[in-house]
Write a protein that binds this ligand. Structure first.
Ligand code: S3P
Length: 449
């Protein structure tokens, strides 16, 4: 039985209640997107890749196990320190058993791209949440490149067998939605294709794959396309050379203590080494527009990625309108933004949230349900979410987490400043992305019972 498929009677509920000011200096775990990519590129490179600051959450550990099953030597050498000895581009070996990605769409879809460029077959599977998510969006371009997907559930649902291409074709592919997962899968398969594989996106999604491919020596060029888009051209069939990867702190995890410090009166918190890649910082932009005090210092770049120290002070927030084109740069942060919007004065309108429906859960419905059960008025109108902030949140609700780590953490953050406590039905999935969330939050003053 996989970690995520525990029986209902083993759920671990928790309640958050009004807390004293949150204070201290903390470093949230390593970035999840970069951690997956470091393991996958390390496995496709020649030589030893040393990774420091890897996120040791369930999602990333599943990717590490999969890369091991595919022939790479993947070892933990210390706390958050890992070594990967790769097999070279198109050198992955046929795994003996199904690859289990647990709760992780990113791990699964990126490894599908890597397998698609190798002449092997692999079975892809995951937990009930991952089995309910659409894989066709990745299988479509991979099949154009010569890979073949076996029978699957509707929309390419897991479990399924993917047979990689013996001679993968380079393609030019315009992604139908802004998705770094689709883009990355095509680029990873393109590593093994002769000539140039091109991905065009109408809205730029996170570019960690491009930055890390360059860091590993790939020939890759990214240019601006239209108003908000990118065109990425990768020349295939070159080898990747191993590299050192320093994983910065995950801005999507930093979002939880950050919003908590904004809404709990009197708080002042410092967050170390937070990645500030502009394709990930839409939440910071939005919160600043709402009146949040977020100061950046010690700005620097490591392994191609920007990071900074953030100082957060509790702030009076006001409602704002968040434009749809900002969605890719904060796609995982709308849940916790909705919490901030509940504590703000006035209406917050978040536009263009259709992609939230296909995350670990239907996050559009789940966000509205989390707010409503805690007395916050909100409405879903087409793909927009409208939250009526009144400056305080009644609380008192029990939130269903739907196997979704970010619902659990957002609801617990809400309870730290609401009039009545907020409970969640299951905290287990927090371990997929932020294993120390509960002790770290307690360490800065959060009251969880
Ligand atoms: C991710 C991309 C995003 C995001 C996910 C991580 C990545 O998904 O929601 O948590 O690391 O590439 P999409 O690319 O499907 O939008």
């Amino acid at each position: 039985m996989s970690y995520s498929d525990r029986p209902a009677d083993q759920k671990t509920p928790l309640q958050a209640r009004t807390s004293r000011p949150l204070t201290g200096t903390v470093r949230v775990p390593g970035d999840k997107s970069i951690s997956h990519r470091a393991l996958i590129l390390g496995a496709l490179a020649i030589g030893e890749t040393r990774i420091s600051g890897l996120l040791e959450g369930e999602d990333v550990l599943n990717t590490a196990r999969s890369m091991r099953s595919l022939g790479a030597r993947v070892e933990r050498t210390g706390n958050f320190a890992w070594s990967v000895r790769g097999v070279g581009v198109s050198g992955l070996a046929r795994p003996e058993s199904p690859l289990d990605f647990g709760n992780s769409g990113t791990g699964c879809r990126l490894v599908m791209g890597a397998v698609a460029g190798c002449p092997i077959a692999a079975v892809f599977d995951g937990d009930a949440s991952l089995r309910s998510r659409p894989m066709r969006r990745v299988l479509d371009p991979l099949e154009l490149m010569g890979a073949r997907a076996g029978p699957s559930g509707p929309g390419g649902r897991l479990p399924l067998t993917l047979v990689g291409a013996r001679d993968p074709l380079p393609i030019t592919y315009r992604t139908p939605v802004a998705s770094a997962q689709i883009k990355s899968a095509v680029l990873l398969a393109g590593l093994a294709a002769p000539g140039v594989t091109t991905v065009i996106e109408n809205e730029a999604s996170r570019d960690h794959t491009e930055l890390m491919l360059r860091h590993f020596g790939a020939e890759i060029v990214s240019t601006v396309e239209g108003k908000h888009g990118r065109k990425i051209a990768l020349t295939g069939q070159g080898e990747l050379h191993s590299a050192e990867v320093v994983v910065p702190a995950d801005p999507s995890s930093a979002a939880f203590p950050l919003v908590a410090a904004l809404i709990v009166e009197g708080s002042e918190l410092i967050l170390l080494d937070v990645m500030t890649n502009p394709l990930r910082t839409g939440l910071f932009t939005t919160l600043r527009e709402m009146g949040a005090s977020i100061e950046e210092s010690n700005v620097r770049t490591d392994s191609g990625e920007a990071m900074a120290q953030l100082r957060i002070r509790a702030s009076k927030l006001r409602g704002v309108e968040v434009p749809p084109e900002r969605a890719p740069s904060m796609i995982d942060e709308y849940l916790v933004l909705a919490v901030a919007a509940g504590f703000a004065e006035g209406t917050t309108i978040m536009r263009g949230l259709q992609e939230l429906r296909v995350k670990e859960s239907d996050r559009l419905e789940a966000t509205a349900a989390m707010l409503r059960v805690n007395g916050v008025r909100c409405e879903i109108s087409d793909d927009d979410l409208i939250v009526e902030g009144t400056g305080h949140v009644p609380g008192g609700g029990i939130v269903s987490t739907h196997m979704d780590h970010r619902i659990a953490m957002s609801a617990l953050v809400m309870g730290l400043a609401s009039d009545q406590p907020v409970a969640v039905d299951d905290t287990a999935f927090i371990a997929t992305s932020f294993p120390d969330f509960i002790p770290m939050m307690r360490g800065i003053g959060a009251e969880f019972t």
